[in-house]
Structure formats: structure tokens, C-alpha cells
Design a protein around this ligand. Structure first.
Ligand code: TXA
Ligand code: MG
Length: 366
């Protein structure tokens, strides 16, 4: 299959027309959102949704997010619309927030992976919005990467993973946030299952106390069930080993230099993912600075692209850990997973109590 790319900055009308036509024909179309690129299928067509799992190599038990452009579409998707969802939609939709509630009739089992809940999001990206409006149906869409790889933030990244597997990629430039949406479950007490650009603090300003799934920053424990199936799989892994170094800035830089020089002595090609606070401490060593520790939202926007690009040239990526306030939680959630929780503690920083057995490798998600 030939994969066509349409640049929507030049051919918006043609891109939306063709994208909607393919989707309604049961085909897959990749499109930009304000978080990462999505791989869409008609969310009312079980067979079409099934193709997403084939194209990505995604485990069948990992459910998908339905994308909508109009709040009224929720009526056909959820069993009812809870007040909490109205409040959050008023505050954050369209935008990088996914809400989960009990599924109504008629959502294909391919979307929910057989769960009794379904995830929904209203993206704000103009290309996503226009495509959804033209289709009229909810569009099921995971991130448009091969399962296990970092999520794509450009059309080029989508092409790397999906060439020959899908007929169309709508190119809308770089995705803004660069990490996937915040996922919050409203089926019980409000709980964050995956952190994102809509932070816990932002959700709490609307709803009051919001829980956070425990396994956001650690592997699942033996026998623990994932509140979000996607969390049990290894993912965001580039084609290089990733190691995270935690601690005070100066200790981190010192330890990183030591690890870097050791690895180079052993003939490895190494890359540092540094921060504005430490970049000058690495001298001539190879590094990509992801931005200031004080603006993790900026670091998020560069993370997946840095993992993907550096993974092509490096054997080992040494990445600094940062604090988990605000968007720092989303940053560390993705970084730790990309490293398979391989963490080094520098200086006096101590490891938290860790799971006995890291999560099941071998299987990949997301
Ligand atoms: O920003 C985003 O959310 C992007 C763009 C394309 O919208 N999409 C995305 O989808 O990240 P995906 O499939 O890569 O991640 C969806 C996550 C997975 O971890 C999945 O397990 C979880 O949401 N999820 C979906 N439905 C769920 C449900 N009913 N209950 C619990 N977790 C669910
Ligand atoms: Mg994903």
C-alpha cells in the first residue's frame, strides 16, 4: 500500500475531504492533534478499528480513545453524562484531556477491548477538529506509532512507523504538547490514570480532590491489575537503551558525566538529554537540551522527538530526571517507561520502595 502525505498547510480542504472519505470507507488515516499524532478509524465500525491493532502491532486488550468534535456525541457513547464530565468539558475541551465513563450501547468491543468503560477526548487541533466534523462519527485513535515506540510528534515520525501500512497521513506540522492527553476516570471517584498537560492541579481546581493511579511512576507490582491496560506494557522505547539519573542538579550532572565517559570507553555511542540548568556542565559531550527544569511543559514537547532521533544514532541515552510537580509528572511518567524503569540515583537521592519484579517486558504497548 502506498502511503500518501497531504500537507494541510497547503491543501487543507483536499486533506480533510480525502481523510473523511477514507475513514468512512473503513480505512486508517493518521492525523495531527495538539498532543501527538493519532491513527484514526471509524469508531462505529468494529472491523475498521481492528485494523488499528494490526497496523500498530498493538495488544488486543488495550482499549482505544474515541475522538469527538461535539459534546452531544457523548450521548451515544456513554450510559449517561456525569456532572463531573460537564464541568471538566467546560474547562478543558477541546484540549488534551481524555475522560473515561461507563459505556452505553453500540460501542464496538474493539474500541473498549471488552471493558465496561470507554475513553473519550475532544481534540483542539484545527486539522483534527475539521476531520472529525466532516466524518460525523466518533473516531477511535491511539498514538500513530508502532506499539512500544515513542509516540509521533511529526508526520515524518508517523511515516517512519506506518509507511506501507496506511493510505494517508495528514501533515499538520509539529504536535504542540508532545505527550499524550491526561486520562482521567470518572467511573468511580475521579482518578488520573495517565498524567498529561492538563495537570492534577488543574483538574482539582474544577473538581476538588482527584486521585492518581499509583503505578504512574513505578512498575506494576506482582499481581497488581493495571487501572489502565496501557500501563502494563513497555512503551515509548527508542532504538537505544535509556537510563534515567535522579537527584540534585549538580549530583546528576556529575553522575551522568561518569556514566557517559565509562560507556564511551567501552566503545558505545552515548547521548545526554540535559536541561538548561545543567547543559554547560557537560563540556564537549554529546547532548540534546530539552529546556528548563522549571518549564516541564517545554521539556515534554521535545521528549519523544529526542528519544526517537537520538535512538537512531546512540546506543545509550542518559536522561536527567526532574521534579514531578505540574507537567513534570507527565514528563517523568513517559521518561521512566521509555527507560523500562532503569534509574540511577546520584548523590544522596534514595530509591523509593520499588516493585520486586519490573513489569512484563516482551509485550509492548501503546
Ligand atoms: O493524546 C492522546 O490521548 C492521543 C491522541 C492521538 O489523542 N491518543 C493516545 O491513545 O494516546 P493511546 O491509545 O496511545 O493511549 C490511550 C491510553 C492507553 O493507555 C489505554 O490503555 C488507556 O488510554 N485507556 C483507553 N480506554 C481506557 C479505559 N476504558 N479504561 C482505562 N484505560 C483506558
Ligand atoms: Mg500510545
Amino acid at each position: 500500500m502506498r502511503t500518501r502525505i497531504i500537507d494541510t498547510s497547503l491543501e487543507m480542504e483536499e486533506g480533510i475531504r480525502m481523510g473523511a472519505e477514507l475513514l468512512l470507507d473503513g480505512e486508517l488515516v493518521a492525523f495531527p492533534t495538539e498532543t501527538v499524532y493519532g491513527l484514526g478509524a471509524d469508531g462505529t465500525n468494529g472491523a475498521a478499528v481492528g485494523r488499528i491493532f494490526e497496523a500498530k502491532g498493538r495488544p488486543q486488550d488495550n482499549p482505544l480513545i474515541l475522538h469527538i468534535w461535539n459534546f452531544r456525541q457523548l450521548e451515544g457513547i456513554w450510559s449517561e453524562i456525569p456532572e463531573t464530565a460537564r464541568l471538566l468539558a467546560d474547562a478543558f475541551w477541546p484540549g488534551p484531556l481524555t475522560m473515561i465513563f461507563r459505556t452505553g450501547d453500540g460501542v464496538p468491543a474493539e474500541v473498549t477491548a471488552g471493558l465496561d468503560t470507554v475513553a473519550v477526548r475532544m481534540p483542539s487541533h484545527p486539522v483534527a477538529y475539521a476531520l472529525l466534523e466532516r466524518c460525523g462519527v466518533p473516531v477511535a485513535a491511539p498514538s500513530a506509532n508502532l506499539s512500544g515506540k515513542p509516540s509521533p510528534t511529526t508526520a515524518q515520525h508517523v511515516l517512519e512507523d506506518m509507511r506501507g501500512r496506511i493510505p494517508l497521513i495528514l501533515d499538520g506540522g509539529s504536535a504542540g504538547y508532545g505527550v499524550e492527553s491526561t486520562v482521567v476516570s470518572l467511573a468511580g471517584e475521579p482518578k488520573i490514570l495517565r498524567p498529561g498537560a492538563v495537570t492534577r492541579e488543574m483538574l482539582e481546581s474544577v473538581l476538588g480532590p482527584v486521585g492518581v493511579a499509583e503505578s504512574i511512576l513505578r512498575p506494576l507490582l506482582d499481581g497488581e491489575t493495571a487501572s489502565s491496560p496501557g500501563m502494563k506494557y513497555r512503551h515509548y522505547a527508542p532504538d537505544a537503551q535509556v537510563r534515567v539519573i535522579m537527584g540534585e542538579e549538580r549530583d546528576v550532572a556529575e553522575e551522568t558525566v561518569r556514566l557517559y565517559d565509562d560507556a564511551v570507553k567501552n566503545g558505545k555511542s552515548v547521548m545526554i538529554l540535559s536541561t538548561a540548568q545543567t547543559a554547560t556542565l557537560y563540556g564537549e559531550r554529546k547532548q540534546t537540551c530539552l529546556g528548563s527544569r522549571r518549564t516541564p511543559v517545554e521539556m515534554c514537547s521535545r521528549l519523544f522527538s529526542a528519544l526517537r532521533e537520538n535512538g537512531k544514532v546512540a546506543d545509550l541515552i542518559l536522561a536527567e530526571g526532574i521534579g514531578t510537580q505540574g507537567e513534570g509528572l507527565a514528563y517523568m511518567n513517559r521518561l521512566l517507561r521509555s527507560a523500562g524503569f532503569d534509574v540511577v540515583y546520584a548523590g544522596t537521592e534514595k530509591a523509593p520502595v520499588q516493585a520486586a519484579d519490573p513489569f512484563n517486558e516482551g509485550t509492548h504497548d501503546n
